[in-house]
Design a protein around this ligand. Structure first.
Ligand SMILES: [Cu+2]
Length: 183
């Protein structure tokens, strides 16, 4: 990729991936402006391209779903512990929500219920996927709407790997996952 486009691409690689299937040229153009205005450095690790990292933890496919202000939302992502020590996701924070919790889904008779988790274990060499119907990051009391095509930034906190800011691309309210990509 030419160097001139690479810089802009780096800043919004994640958003671009998330939006690719929407063919949303308007949203991409908006993202490009954002990347240019902030020199692509606004989101820390995003400068490394599509791959976000906190220490040994590789973070891919961070996404969320559209939701109304005052309501609750959920954020999803894939975490791979590339190191040889266990780590744990301890929590997350964002100005976009009054409270953030880690949730799992547990079956209770015929219904699935959300249950708060003190942490999400990240065994060495393994991948943990947070997705609808399973583990997720719960955003409670949204201080602003989560609009499709935008991103909500969460600061993830790991026991070993420390903290990292991650932009979660907001997809349609009913989205069940990000588009799958070949790697
Ligand atoms: Cu939940």
């Amino acid at each position: 990729m030419p160097r001139t486009t690479r810089r802009a691409f780096a800043g919004l690689a994640l958003a671009s991936l998330a939006l690719a299937h929407l063919a949303a040229s308007a949203a991409l153009a908006q993202g490009a402006d954002h990347g240019a205005a902030h020199g692509g450095a606004a989101h820390g690790g995003a400068d490394q391209g599509a791959e976000l990292r906190a220490g040994d933890i590789r973070i891919t496919q961070p996404w969320s779903r559209a939701a109304m202000r005052g309501g609750s939302g959920a954020a999803f992502l894939t975490l791979r512990n590339t190191g040889n020590q266990p780590d744990r996701l301890l929590g997350a924070s964002t100005p976009a929500a009054g409270r953030v919790e880690l949730h799992s889904m547990v079956r209770d008779g015929d219904v699935m219920r959300m249950r708060e988790q003190p942490a999400i274990e990240l065994p060495p060499g393994q991948e943990v996927i947070l997705r609808p119907g399973g583990l997720h990051v719960m955003l409670l009391g949204l201080t602003a709407p989560l609009n499709r095509g935008e991103a909500v930034t969460l600061t993830l906190r790991f026991e070993r790997a420390g903290t990292v800011e991650v932009p979660f691309a907001v997809q349609a309210a009913g989205a069940s996952g990000m588009m799958h990509h070949r790697h």
